[in-house]
Design a protein around this ligand. Structure first.
Ligand code: ADP
Ligand code: MG
Length: 484
């Protein structure tokens, strides 16, 4: 058989298909048959390439009889068609456009024309990265774009995130039917918005495998919307989003002062989903009231449900997060090392993780044990670059270490002299060094009121004049805090 035979065969098939469909179906012909590329002919099997799995499914659902007829006309009663489908490399962080053949890996799906159309939902194909629904398409599985690593189980709970985390759990249990719709998670960077939103998505899928969950960033949404506009597929775009049961849009502040049309489209989708009791989860770096440059009607929608914030974790939560990360990676570290990191890195969880990773990398590169000494060197360097803020926690820790007491004595009601002194010293330095109010200092130092803090400060001032031991201690501590 000559080399170009496959092209000729397919051209013949196209002619027949075109004639059969007739001029009134010219658009369908252009849409569904012209993009098919013949690849090879082996015996009586013709292999063609189709641009995407939905494309393949659509053809199979709508044109199977026609195809079977023309293939047999050209290739005899044993004529078969084999599809090679261009697949997307579906990595969650990569936005979503239908693929270009040059970037894609290919995969053949053999379909003897005698059999039923292949069942895409049966798991014999990769999931489809966010397809735009082609009208009439069924059985489309959406790749949720969720990361398997950000689970609810490894999202450490603390006072800082309790409300958001439990609201998230409730939403995953009953998506769309709690009053937390939309659920808006907001916080500064690195405090777990993306992790928690992703975790809610995973939990929803675990509890409701039939629900279609989709996670994407507001930037991806905007990009897709622009692309749909260019390709004239805006309706498909909107239609696709209306099929989602749980829609998670991360970092919505990205739309501030831009993307008015994107916001319009989202507003429309939001309303449709909300009407149908589908769950919407949004994250943002600000509370809805403070989000500027977003359309007022969109902001008002965001206020319909629950808005829950994530605060910076306290030192106990920071320790728990470190322990959990180490546990996940199967790495052991002594408690004093963990404490040192937890006390010294208090900006956000991302930095906490960053410090931990650098430390582990340092130790394995230099084949050194992770000792407190190594940790101090490393963390001090790490912290210098991100300007350390001395916190009340840190002060309590240094005071108690110096007095050789466990740090939780500060929270006890004990009236033992040394404990009272540790508490008073902590209050004294907290007032001197931090910007916290007397009330806040009191609350964090054993739940005392502001008058107690004031009294503590006066007591330490006085003792400093009269008591040599206290004077030495205060000077010593002052030096430590200066060095920090
Ligand atoms: P954001 O989206 O708010 O900027 P991320 O969700 O990206 O923050 O969180 C930054 C890092 O901190 C992630 O690696 C995340 O796993 C981790 N992290 C944040 N909060 C927690 C928590 N409560 N428990 C465990 N890990 C957390
Ligand atoms: Mg994030």
């Amino acid at each position: 058989m000559i080399e170009e035979e496959y092209k000729r065969v397919w051209a013949e098939c196209l002619n027949v298909i075109k004639d059969t469909l007739g001029p009134e179906n010219r658009k369908a012909y252009d849409t569904w048959f012209v993009p098919i590329v013949p690849l090879q002919l082996e015996g009586s099997t013709l292999t063609v390439q189709v641009p995407s799995p939905y494309f393949y499914e659509w053809i199979e659902e709508n044109y199977i009889d026609l195809l079977r007829r023309v293939i047999r006309m050209q290739l005899g009663p044993n004529g078969m068609l084999k599809y090679s489908i261009v697949m997307d490399q579906a990595i969650p962080s990569i936005p979503l456009k239908t693929t270009l053949p040059s970037q894609s890996n290919q995969r053949s799906t053999r379909n003897p024309l005698t059999s039923m159309p292949m069942d895409i939902s049966a798991g014999n194909m990769r999931e489809i990265p966010n397809p735009f629904v082609i009208p009439g398409m069924k059985k489309v599985r959406v790749n949720s774009q969720l990361s398997p690593n950000y689970t609810l189980e490894n999202f450490v709970e603390g006072d800082c995130n309790r409300l958001a985390r439990s609201a998230g759990y409730a939403v995953a249990e009953k998506p769309g039917t709690t009053s937390f719709n939309p659920l808006l998670l907001h916080s500064n960077v690195g405090l777990g918005k993306t992790h928690l939103a992703n975790a809610i998505g995973l939990k929803t899928k675990e509890l409701h495998p039939d629900k279609t969950v989709l996670y994407l960033t507001s930037e991806q949404f905007m990009q897709q919307y622009a692309e749909a506009g260019r390709d004239g597929t805006t309706n498909d775009f909107i239609h696709f989003y209306e099929t989602i049961d749980v829609l998670i849009v991360d970092d919505i502040q990205f739309w501030s002062n831009r993307g008015a049309k994107t916001q319009d489209a989202f507003f429309h989708i939001f309303n449709r989903l909300h009407q149908r009791n589908c769950q919407i989860i949004i994250t943002s770096d600000k509370a809805p009231g403070e989000l500027q440059g977003l359309e007022p009607r969109l902001i008002s929608r965001l206020k319909w449900g629950l808005s829950a914030d994530l605060q910076a974790p306290d030192v106990e939560t920071r320790k728990a997060i470190l322990r959990q990360k180490l546990n996940n990676d199967g790495i052991e570290m002594s408690d004093d090392v963990i404490e040192y990191i937890a006390y010294n890195i208090n900006t956000n969880v991302r930095e906490l993780e960053g410090a931990l990773i650098s430390l582990i990398a340092q130790s394995s590169l230099n084949r050194k044990q992770i000792t407190l000494e190594l940790t101090k060197q490393m963390i001090d360097k790490y912290v210098q670059s991100s300007s350390r803020e001395i916190t009340i926690d840190y002060i309590q820790k240094v005071v108690c270490d110096t007095l050789d007491l466990p740090v939780d004595v500060i929270q006890q009601t004990s009236r033992k002299r040394e404990i009272v002194q540790a508490r008073q010293l902590s209050m004294y330095f907290a007032k001197k060094i931090t910007k916290s109010s007397l009330a806040v200092i009191g609350m964090q130092c054993g739940n005392k009121d502001h008058a107690t803090v004031l009294h503590a400060c006066k007591t330490i001032e006085n003792l400093r004049q009269t008591d040599r031991f206290i004077r030495g201690l205060v000077d010593d501590l002052e030096k430590k805090f200066k060095e920090a």
